[in-house]
Design a protein around this ligand. Sequence first.
Ligand code: APR
Length: 229
Amino acid sequence: MAKIVILTGAGISAESGIRTFRASDGLWEEHRIEDVATPEGFVQDPDLVHRFYNARRAAATAAQPNPAHIALAELEADPGHEVLIVTQNVDDLHERGGSQNVLHMHGTLFGALCHSCEHRWPAPEVMSPTDSCPSCGAQATRPDIVWFGEMPYRMEEIWHALRAADLFVSIGTSGNVYPAAGFVADAMHAGVPTLELNLEPSAGRSMFDEARHGPASVLVPQWVRERLG
Ligand code: APR
């Protein structure tokens, strides 16, 4: 049984029509990170933040999994493989592509979180600053998304899986944001072989044992076919 940890980023969902962050037409070209992706920005203007994530939630709901998502689900279903997908993405395309073992380290668009009591519940399609928490009643609901300056979710589990893996694969991420960008170094230090599948060389390219560059919808099914023989 081969244990594989797969890190995914916005690039795996790009061909499903979901915008990435740092491309020339990326989200961070139009929005200031400080305004929409920090706790301070949320306190400053919760309405702006909710509008930003409501639009992303609508886009994710309208999108469909692409061949890269579907191929990873096929690999997971193979009895000779134990696959953990650690995704930075907040869409649900891995799950809709058929993957079961998906860890959302940056949260999800489809979850709501109370900024006051930390209660969690499924997010309504449209969230607003006047929504109140079903548990404590506070009007402090936010999308269950990890913002800059906050600790990503389930990091101990991720590091443990990385050290125990037979292979680490990184798909569709630019390698600019830590701690995810540091996983290749963590894998390397644990003696775990590493592979990058990305449209272009990522910031961490030099640390990967192997790299293949091109669209995920081509590279990922190709790689999975090789694995499944
Ligand atoms: N196939 C494969 N890779 C692609 C494709 C594609 N079709 N399209 C784009 N890419 C690659 C780009 O070359 C780039 O390296 O995906 C990467 C996307 O990089 P970013 O936009 O920086 O997104 P990501 O790495 O996921 O960002 C990490 O930063 O903004 C925060 O929290 C946010 O989770 C996000 C984190």
